[in-house]
Design a protein around this ligand. Structure first.
Ligand code: AMP
Length: 218
């Protein structure tokens, strides 16, 4: 089964949720660029301070910074057997850089790209109701996937919070940025024959089953 996997889809499509489940099932690390940025922000590293303004506006962090961060992450030994990328690449230069780094690191190439699609109005509803776990980034939704106890993560008991970029204004911008900068990657991967289209407007388990069966054919 495919091991170098890129999750594609607009913000709110459920990439993170699915990536977490897939990473456990396939035993490959889940590498989320957004999560790494937020960790750096929390720890106030140089990278975090640099990314802060872009993230809070719903814009993309510049390619050079993002590419260097991912290169460093996927060079680590835990990615030797594969990786599940969530939120990267998001631009054409990032996709090209990913091809280059996988080949430099002798990791072959991207072999599967599940692309989760969801109507825009559903995305806004999902993102603005989303609550994220402070400790490990588990995600819930106040209406569609509530935690057992309000404000508390089911998995590790840590506090659930609303990401600053999950407000209506920023969410709208993030969707606009996706359409302009990331959507072209669908063609990029389709031309390579690695794109797997998945309908995201169904239950979490149904989306997961659809991705797993698409991956089993790769
Ligand atoms: P996410 O958690 O994937 O929705 O990412 C949150 C924010 O982090 C995005 O809105 C961007 O500001 C930044 N970010 C995450 N991944 C990337 C990327 N591949 N390129 C540029 N910026 C990114």
């Amino acid at each position: 089964m495919a091991k170098q996997i890129v999750m594609l889809g607009p913000p709110g499509a459920g990439k993170g949720t699915q990536a977490k489940m897939l990473s456990e099932k396939l035993s490959v690390p889940h590498v989320s660029s957004g999560y790494i940025f937020r960790e750096n922000l929390r720890e106030q590293t140089e990278l975090g301070k640099h990314a802060d303004v872009y993230i809070n506006r719903g814009e993309l962090v510049p390619d050079d910074v993002t590419i260097a961060m991912i290169r460093e992450r996927i060079s680590r030994p835990d990615c030797d057997e594969g990786v599940l990328l969530d939120g990267f690449p998001r631009t054409a230069p990032q996709a090209e850089a990913l091809d280059e780094m996988l080949s430099d690191l002798n990791k072959g190439q991207v072999d599967a790209v599940p692309c989760i699609t969801v109507p825009d109005e559903v995305l806004i509803e999902r993102l603005t109701g989303r609550r994220t776990c402070r400790a490990q980034g588990h995600v819930f939704h106040i209406a569609f996937n509530p935690p057992k106890e309000a404000g508390k993560c089911d998995y590790d008991g840590s506090e659930l919070y609303q990401r600053e970029d999950d407000t209506v204004e920023t969410v709208t911008n993030r969707i606009r940025v996706y359409l302009k900068q990331t959507q072209p990657l669908i063609d990029y991967y389709q031309q390579r024959g690695v794109l797997l289209e998945v309908a995201g407007d169904q239950s979490i388990d149904a989306v997961f089953d659809e991705i797993m069966s698409a991956l089993s054919g790769v």
